[in-house]
Structure formats: C-alpha cells, structure tokens
Design a protein around this ligand. Structure first.
Ligand SMILES: [Zn+2]
Length: 258
C-alpha cells in the first residue's frame, strides 16, 4: 500500500505572519507605516487576537516591524536593510556554524576585489573621506570599541565606494563578525591585532588610482590581520586574556561586570 505523508496543519499565526510579510515585501506598507491594530487585523483575518499578536511578534523578531508603546503605539514597519544579512551571519557564527577560519577565508577573497572596485569608482569627495578616516585611526587612549570603530572605518568606506550594494552588505556582515570576535578575545593592547599604518598602502593605492595595487595591498592586509587574529585567539583560548581574567575574577567575587 502506498505510504501517504501526514498533512501538517500550518499554525494560524504562521499564515498571518506570511501574509503580512508578503504585504511588506510588496511595498504595500512603507517604512514607518503603522500596521492596523490587533483588533482590526483579527477582524480582517477572522482569527483570535492571540494569533495576530503572535504573528506580529514573529514579524518583530524577524526585523520587519518595531513595536512602539504609548499613545501612538503599535507595530511600525521598519526600513528593510542589509542589516538582516549581518544579523543572520552573526547568528550562524554564534551558533558555531561559521568558524573564524571560514570567515577570514571569505574576507581574503572579497575585500581585495572591493578595494579594486573602490579604486575604479572613487571620486575626489570619497578620496577625501577615505584619507580623513585613515588619518583619524588609532586615537591615543581609545577604548576597545573606539579602536575597532576607527580601525574598520576605512573598510566600511571602501565597501561603500565599491558600487555594489551586495558586496557592501557582505563586507559589513564580515566586519560585524570580526568585531564580535575581537570583543570576545579582547586583545591587549587592542592595536596588537590591527597595528597602526596597516591601511597606508591600501589608501595610497586607491588615491593613486592603481586598482591592482589596491587589491594586492588589501590582500596583504587581510592576511596579516588574519595571522594576528589566529595568534591572539589561540592565546585567548589557552590562557584567557588579561582583561578576561579580571572579568572572571570580578564575577567570582560577585562584583560588577567589567
Ligand atoms: Zn584593516
């Protein structure tokens, strides 16, 4: 006898979620628009308000709407950005489905091409921004997060100049992951992993309009950074960094988190 597969009844809230999501993707709602109230939606869909609430919560978790409280409260459609991609990549990394090695393999492949394209697409205005970002790197006494922000600015700008929004989104996602790793291993001093001057040859090549040299310089940089990262990460795994030991001790003593 033929084996039939059992038919699974979709959850009502999933069906509502899908319909609302489709409407948002079809631009029937614009960023900043407010969805109808829970009561109106439950009447339209002819389902309980609980099911509508669940669907809206799922939309919020997926980043399609933001819930605001208060007088004009409700579910507001968010501006769909490539931030979704960065968050999805981050989730994969945090659940150990992307390794540091895999991440950097991709960075070494993509970023030289981004630098090459940026050299071809740049203009005097962009060059000025790039130069300012480079000159403003590594302010003395910066905190780890300021240090990461200053060391990644040139990468973000090149990605913006390169003229391909998907490549830009990929670079943004990769940088977000790198940032997460560095925040975790807390290299001491922060600049040990990304020493000052690392971007010099890249910026010089872009300003000189030499696309191949820019790609080559970025490749060299990506490899140096990766080697440093692997070394510091190994050290962290084996011994824990100084700042991490402090944090653990504070926690053991029931003190404040550093
Ligand atoms: Zn860099």
């Amino acid at each position: 006898m033929r084996n039939f597969k059992p038919v699974k009844q979709p959850r009502i809230s999933d069906v509502i979620f899908q319909q609302l999501k489709n409407a948002i993707l079809a631009n029937e709602f614009k960023a900043g628009d407010k969805l109808s109230s829970e009561r109106d939606l439950s009447e339209q869909f002819q389902v309980s308000r609980v099911a509508v609430r669940e669907a809206i919560r799922a939309l919020e978790n997926a980043g399609f709407v933001a819930i605001r409280q208060g007088l004009n409260g409700g579910a507001y459609v968010t501006d769909l950005t490539f931030e979704h991609l960065a968050n999805a990549c981050l989730d994969l990394f945090l659940s150990n489905k992307i390794s540091i090695h895999e991440l950097h393999h991709v960075r070494i492949l993509i970023e030289p091409e981004v630098a090459r394209l940026a050299t071809l697409h740049t203009n005097p205005e962009w060059n000025e921004r790039l130069l300012m970002a480079y000159k403003g790197e590594h302010p003395p006494g910066a905190s780890l997060s300021e240090d990461i922000a200053s060391a990644t600015r040139v990468h973000f700008i090149l990605a913006e100049i390169c003229g391909n929004r998907f490549l830009e989104a990929l670079v943004n996602s990769l940088l977000k992951l790198s940032r997460k790793i560095i925040e975790e291993i807390r290299p001491n001093p922060p600049s040990s992993i990304h020493p000052p001057g690392l971007h010099g040859p890249i910026v010089d090549a872009v300003l000189a309009g030499d696309a191949d040299a820019a790609a080559e310089a970025m490749k060299t940089h990506a490899k140096i950074f990766y080697d440093n990262l692997v070394r510091v990460e190994k050290d962290y795994r084996e011994h824990g960094s100084a700042s991490y030991r402090l944090k653990d001790e504070a926690r053991l003593q029931g003190g404040e988190r550093l």
